[in-house]
Design a protein around this ligand. Structure first.
Ligand code: ZN
Ligand code: ZN
Length: 350
């Protein structure tokens, strides 16, 4: 889909209180009431702001099938309303949600790789999600967000956790050169995290304003794709970048990553590729002995690390949020996700 079609949204919510955004069938969105929460062993959270991303759009269009009706959304920062007895959390705390669901007993959960759980799920996909005026979550999926992180910046923390998870895979050292292909939300975060590692970053995209933003966020050089090869050659004495981050999710950019990478280099595939029919420069994979990483989701510690970095003032997250809407604007928010003029789209709740 091109994100240009308009998403009709029906309002059936009777009161302002317990509103939610639900998908009833492919491309059928509704703002509807949800029942009052009952007491149980989980933490009750009132979302303050929720993020919209490509996964939500796929759930909405039916590209990712779900059981209907489904309350959507998985990116949330909210305020705790109630906690079960003896919890380490308390009402009033602002928290980030780790939206991944793991079974806890499969071989990958046992191996402490719950992000790869064979029974894995995601809130807003396998379970009701966070586009709602309250959410229930287990206490160990919630991380306190310190006051030094602004509400606007907090809207990026969930994606930041997944970028940190990805960064753990690669082995770049200070002074090495990394190219980041694609400068959307994830690309901008990758630029900042690589800068924090002392890496010389080259940001690559067609969009001038995204290049400008990456330059302000620590990219040493920013360049359009057509000039990337020559600029990188100049910066690396012809060797090419030690690391190329694919942050678009297209076969064409993965092919370019393989072409740009130095012999013996690494490629971090962060964009989610679901197909393609052009083919890749396979021989170069062998010739350059490239190492390719495909990190998936994040662990709770990745989110914690992101919160620490942001709280320490090491990251500049606010400029990555381009739109702040409300739950009632869910249709518009979904359109904006694939709009080249947008970056992170947030909906404020309540
Ligand atoms: Zn997301
Ligand atoms: Zn499992």
């Amino acid at each position: 889909m091109d994100g240009r079609e308009s998403y009709n949204i029906t309002a059936t919510s009777k009161g302002a209180l317990l509103k939610s955004v639900q998908v009833l069938a492919p491309s059928e969105l509704v703002v509807a009431d949800i029942p009052e929460p009952a007491e149980d062993s989980q933490v009750l959270v009132r979302p303050q702001q929720v993020g919209v991303c490509g996964t939500d759009v796929k759930v909405f269009t039916g590209a990712i099938p779900v059981a209907y009706p489904r309350v959507m959304g998985h990116e949330m920062v909210g305020e705790i309303l109630t906690v079960p007895d003896g919890s380490h959390l308390h009402p009033g705390m602002r928290v980030l949600l780790d939206p991944a669901l793991a079974c806890g007993h499969c071989h990958l959960c046992r191996a402490k790789r719950p992000n790869l759980c064979i029974n894995a799920g995601l809130m807003g996909r396998e379970l009701d999600g966070v586009f709602a005026e309250y959410v229930r979550a287990p206490a160990d999926a919630l991380l306190p967000v310190p006051e030094s992180i602004s509400d606007k910046a907090a809207g990026v923390l969930q994606v930041l956790g997944t970028c940190i998870h990805a960064q753990r895979a690669v082995s770049v050292f200070p002074g090495q050169v990394a190219a980041v292909l694609g400068l959307g939300v994830a690309g901008q975060l990758m630029v900042q995290l690589l800068r924090e590692r002392g890496v010389r970053v080259v940001g690559i995209t067609r969009s001038q304003w995204k290049l400008d933003l990456a330059a302000r966020q620590g990219a040493e050089v920013v360049v359009t794709p057509d000039r990337a090869e020559s600029v990188l050659a100049e910066l690396t004495d012809g060797r090419g970048p030690d690391l190329v981050v694919e942050a678009v999710g297209k076969e064409q950019t993965l092919a370019q990553a393989i072409e740009l990478a130095a012999v013996g280099g690494e490629i971090l595939v962060f964009g989610t590729l679901t197909g393609g029919n052009q083919g890749l420069p396979y021989y170069l994979l062998y010739l350059k002995e490239l190492t390719i990483y495909n990190p998936r989701a994040a662990l709770i510690d990745d989110y914690a690390r992101g919160i620490e970095l942001a709280a320490a003032g090491r990251l500049d997250l606010e400029p990555i949020v381009s739109h702040q809407l409300t739950l009632d604007d869910a249709g518009e928010a979904f359109e904006l996700v694939h709009d080249p003029a947008s970056m992170k789209v947030i909906m404020k709740v309540g």
